[in-house]
Ligand binder design. Structure first.
Ligand code: ZN
Ligand code: ZN
Length: 153
């Protein structure tokens, strides 16, 4: 018997459900920082097959050629991140009805862009984006659609 994990946006227009507990992974990349408005993306991963939208229609931002980010167009809450070619997706941990279910954190990704005053001390493994060679970010034809910040190239 699988348990139902539920979540949704701040205004309630968009809701989702998972048939298994998603596993927490913190992503410190600049795209997740901007997309979530946090100092890192507090995400939790589950198979796409175990995820469904249960109320309303999410909107999607194509943050790169490789991935889309789902959000509520009414209130702006970031809800999902998924690589197009991946069998799994991430939900934002803060959008879960009970964020406790996502823990403990399994991994810190893209630690090279971690905010220096937000220390990592949970003991989870750390990985640099540059070292994750299988990432869609490193495949031919990849293009980011994120606006460059001042001083970024
Ligand atoms: Zn909403
Ligand atoms: Zn990221």
């Amino acid at each position: 018997m699988s348990e139902l994990i539920t979540g949704g946006c701040q205004c309630g227009a968009v809701r989702y459900a998972l048939t298994q507990r998603p596993k927490a992974e913190f992503c410190h990349c600049r795209m997740c920082q901007r997309a979530t408005g946090g100092v890192f993306g507090a995400l939790a991963t589950a198979p796409k097959a175990d995820f469904s939208w249960t109320r309303g229609e999410p909107s999607f931002f194509e943050s790169s050629t490789a991935a889309k980010r789902g959000f509520c167009a009414r209130c702006g809450t970031p809800l999902t991140f998924a690589y197009n070619a991946s069998a799994s997706l991430d939900v934002t941990i803060g959008s879960l009805d009970d964020p406790e279910v996502a823990g403990p954190n399994q991994m810190h990704f893209a630690v090279e862009s971690r905010v220096s005053w937000a220390p990592i001390c949970d003991g989870a493994p750390q990985q640099r984006l540059d070292d994750y060679r299988d990432s869609p970010v490193h495949q031919p034809g990849y293009q980011s659609f994120q606006a460059p910040a001042c001083g970024e190239t």
